[in-house]
Write a protein that binds this ligand. Structure first.
Ligand code: HEC
Length: 151
């Protein structure tokens, strides 16, 4: 019972943290949605990597839905943690844990069988969503469309 109460308190605490980062992420949401105005010196390494990741994810989706072999993941994926970002002040810890989560979903997706490929693809796209909910809301509409509908 005590443990339950503690868990409850903890989850409330996490909720309020979530609200704090919300204000930050609204800010970052603007930053990442308009890279050209916010970052007139050129797009960040991370923004370029994101475009590569988005293209790869789109290609995987069309490969899966038309029964072709999925393309290999971009080699640059291993720079996800270190690529320079437009906003240098984002929460390192949250970013790093979301980046690792996404990378492990990529690994799982690449080891998929015909039976679980769609499920693991959607889990991988959910990895994009989880990070974007924290940092950068702009691309969420596009990312959500990457999911493969399952009946
Ligand atoms: C670990 C966190 C994280 C993950 C995982 C992640 N993103 Fe991002 N994404 C960001 C951040 C932060 C930016 C802002 C980049 C910048 O401006 O430096 C961004 C930017 C973008 C952009 C805008 C790029 C541009 O042109 O400026 C797109 C599109 C995008 N992400 C799509 C995706 C897709 C698709 C996935 C999954 C395949 C994904 N993201 C996974 C954090 C993440």
């Amino acid at each position: 019972m005590k443990a339950f109460a503690l868990a409850l308190i903890l989850s409330f605490a996490m909720f309020s943290c979530g609200e704090n980062t919300e204000t930050v992420s609204e800010d970052s949401a603007k930053k990442c949605a308009m890279p050209s105005t916010v970052n007139p010196n050129g797009d960040s390494e991370l923004a370029l990597l994101m475009r590569e990741m988005a293209d790869w994810t789109d290609s995987c989706k069309s490969a899966i839905t038309s029964g072709r072999v999925v393309p290999v993941a971009p080699a640059d994926l291993n720079t996800l943690h270190s690529a320079k970002r437009t906003d240098p002040n984002i929460d390192e810890k949250v970013f790093a844990s979301m980046a690792s989560l996404y990378q492990s979903r990529v690994t799982e997706f690449q080891a998929a069988t015909d039976a679980n490929r769609v499920q693991l693809f959607n889990a991988m796209v959910q990895g994009c969503v989880s990070c974007h909910e924290n940092f950068c809301h702009g691309p969420l509409v596009r990312i959500n469309k990457m999911m493969i509908p399952v009946n």
